[in-house]
Ligand binder design. Structure first.
Ligand code: TXE
Length: 497
């Protein structure tokens, strides 16, 4: 098969001058430096973006602050939801254009870009839209007795926080940005998004669609450039009421510290991890292999909830690794724009080099590379789907996140020992348990230290279910109704009469 043909509007968009989206306008800004957007499937630059600075930070934060107290504050809760619904319709109407852009910038296969990135982003938008008219406080009974016969009544109000800074990683440049902007907007907040410098383009196009959807100017802004410079500047801005971050653990810690130092700015941190998947001995070898591929290798493993540590019964591990080697070896690696490709490139060169470096360290440590463990012929940042057999629970690749198409496997012969190994990690974003014994699974669920536990499935995010990490994998929850707590302030009101 060959690559699909790029839509003329995609080619035209790439040829534009790119910068930022502030106050309802695309603009290059005051910067003189530019950075390149590289297609990871070819290693070639496809666009240039003008680097943002303090001037764009100030302008975007000011625009968002003005909209928070002005244009967006005047939009009724129901109409806020309608705006998000219209944006969802526009994402679907521009599905192919956005999917092609996403695939070109991130190396995501075009099928995944269409189905997972765009379609799912639209579904999440619709879910959040439904909440806009349902966010409310409650009426409460005052508990203490009155002294002189006076009466009391009390109620709580859910008030939007203000300007939310959304800091976005490169692995889902549209969907993760949508999670943050939809949560903020449905609660009545306004947003300034800072996309990853590797994937700065898609949100510029989505912001234009947001304007078409009727979202007032200033409500949604996008500032592009270096995270190390713009991130701290956005958080330090006096109008920043909250920062919602998805990305690596070290950057998340820096963001959290900066937010606390800026007067306890509210934070939601959704960080990485080293998610575990455990298979019990009652599962067949074929089902184990299917489960491992689902849990660990989608989008080249570049999903924060993907599994990287796999625990297999001693009785099964040899057969599973043999079959997995065949399956991984048969996967079609290729251009992200080829509809038959199953494995695309890693999303950027820095990440590619990091993953290759981890292979070297694993070899030096004595871990057995069962398959893969090397780069594939370029151009582009391709890595062979990899399976590694660990020598023990303390091997580097049982502890450090690769964020690549890499599973590390360890045998166990005792289920108690397996649970202890699963929990022996500083992280706790997600985990999965695979068994036909549902009663056993139900008993194990409370003992697994992870924000999400899947049974006989993995990497399935539903907007109705809260998502977030335990331990060093983060603070706060996205989705469900849990997000409301993180995008509103709870005000108590007491009245004497
Ligand atoms: O992530 P960062 P990077 C992992 C993955 C990858 C590694 C590094 O293993 O190899 O992290 O990737 C912005 N203040 N994940 O460097 O630094 C940055 O511009 C505020 C896992 O891309 O976490 C980008 O917009 N913001 C992860 C965002 O933070 C700062 C997804 C994320 O960048 C900043 C991505 C600062 N000081 C990578 N420095 C997941 N768990 O989903 C940078 N940024």
């Amino acid at each position: 098969m060959t690559d699909i043909t790029l839509l003329p509007q995609v080619t035209a968009f790439l040829g534009r001058e790119h910068g930022h989206y502030i106050s309802g306008r695309l603009l290059a800004g005051a910067g003189t430096e530019k950075f390149a957007v590289v297609n990871p499937a070819t290693g070639q630059a496809i666009a240039q973006v003008v680097e943002g600075g303090q001037e764009e930070v100030d302008a975007a934060m000011q625009a968002a602050f003005a909209a928070f107290h002005g244009a967006w504050a005047r939009v009724s809760p129901m109409e806020r939801g309608n705006c998000l619904m219209r944006l969802a319709d526009l994402l679907q109407a521009h599905r192919e254009e956005l999917a092609q852009l996403e695939s070109l910038c991130s190396g995501k296969t075009i099928q995944l870009a269409r189905g997972l990135e765009i379609d799912m982003a639209a579904q999440f938008l619709r879910y959040f839209a439904g909440w806009s008219s349902k966010i409310s406080g409650e009426t409460l009974n005052v508990s203490l007795p009155s002294f002189r016969g006076e009466q009391y009544t009390a109620f709580t109000r859910r008030e939007p926080l203000g300007v939310v800074v959304g800091i976005i990683p490169w692995n889902f440049s549209i969907m993760i940005a949508i999670w943050k902007l939809a949560a903020a907007l449905t609660c009545g907040c306004t947003v300034v998004l800072k996309p990853s410098e590797y994937t700065p383009l898609t949100m510029l196009r989505v912001a234009e669609l947001a304007q078409e959807a009727g979202i007032p100017d200033g409500t949604l802004n996008v500032v592009n450039g270096s995270g190390a410079r713009l991130g701290p500047a956005l958080i330090a801005h006096p109008h920043c009421a909250k920062v919602s971050f998805t990305g690596s653990v070290p950057t998340g810690i820096a963001v959290g510290k900066a937010a606390m130092e800026q007067g306890i700015v509210r934070t939601t941190l959704e960080l990485g991890g080293k998610n575990g998947a455990a298979f019990l001995a009652d599962v067949s070898v074929d089902k184990m292999v299917d489960g491992i591929i689902e849990a660990g290798y989608l989008n080249q493993g570049q999903i924060c909830a993907a599994a990287e540590r796999f625990y297999l019964p001693d009785s099964h591990i040899d057969a599973v690794l043999e079959k997995l080697t065949q399956r991984l070896g048969a996967m079609k690696v290729g251009s992200s724009l080829d509809e038959t490709t199953e494995v695309g490139p890693l999303a950027n060169e820095a990440h590619y080099r990091k993953v290759l470096g981890l292979f070297d360290k694993a070899r030096a440590e004595g871990s057995q590379i069962v398959c893969g463990g090397h780069a594939l012929a370029g151009p582009g940042f391709f890595v062979a789907p990899t399976a590694i057999r660990a020598t023990g629970p303390d091997d580097l690749l049982m502890r450090e996140e690769t964020f690549g198409p890499v599973g590390t496997f360890l045998a166990y012969d005792d289920e108690e020992q397996m649970i202890a190994m699963m929990n022996d990690s500083p992280y706790g974003l997600a985990a999965s348990l695979w068994t036909n014994d549902l009663s056993k699974a139900m008993r194990m669920i409370p003992r697994i230290e992870a924000g999400t536990v899947w049974i006989n499935m993995h990497t399935f995010l539903d907007p109705a279910l809260p998502f977030g990490g335990m331990k060093s994998s983060g603070i706060g929850r996205e989705f469900g109704s849990a997000f409301i707590e993180h995008y509103t302030e709870l005000k108590s009101v007491m009245v004497r009469y």
